[in-house]
Each structure stands twice: as structure tokens, then as C-alpha cells.
Design a protein. Structure first.
Length: 78
């Protein structure tokens, strides 16, 4: 476990205090849960971006192969 000094905006701190008291969760646990959720959300966004990039790359390769097959097909005797 790592210790961390953290500066929060007053309004965010007050909201955290209000919510943690209402749901009976320690502030530290609440912040850990929030960061865990935010990390997972951003990992998903990064993965989506990477998959989109790879999909475009594969799509270009597939189109090139399709054009080559069409050229071969055009060269076949009828």
C-alpha cells in the first residue's frame, strides 16, 4: 500500500465527504474505488482506440488482397 498526499478542490472534497457519510464508506476506500473505476474506464477507451487502429490496418490489407484477386479473376480465360 502506498501513502499519497492529495489536494482536492473544496467542492469535490465536500461532495466526497457527503457521499461517504451517506453510504458509510471510509473516504480512503471510496477514493480507491473511484480511481479503480476510472482506471478501468480509461483502459477500455485505450483498448477501443487500439482495436479501431488495428481494424483499419486489417481493412486496408483485406482491400489490397481483394483487388489482387479481382485482377487475377480478370485474367482468367472465359
Amino acid at each position: 500500500m502506498k501513502a499519497l498526499s492529495l489536494k482536492l478542490k473544496d467542492d469535490i472534497f465536500e461532495e466526497v465527504e457527503r457521499v461517504t457519510h451517506a453510504i458509510h464508506v471510509p473516504r480512503n476506500a471510496y477514493i480507491n474505488q473511484a480511481l479503480d473505476f476510472f482506471n478501468k474506464l480509461n483502459e477500455r477507451k485505450l483498448l477501443k482506440k487500439q482495436l479501431h487502429k488495428e481494424s483499419k490496418r486489417v481493412q486496408r490489407g483485406s482491400m489490397e488482397i481483394l483487388r489482387e484477386f479481382e485482377q487475377l479473376e480478370d485474367q482468367l480465360p472465359e
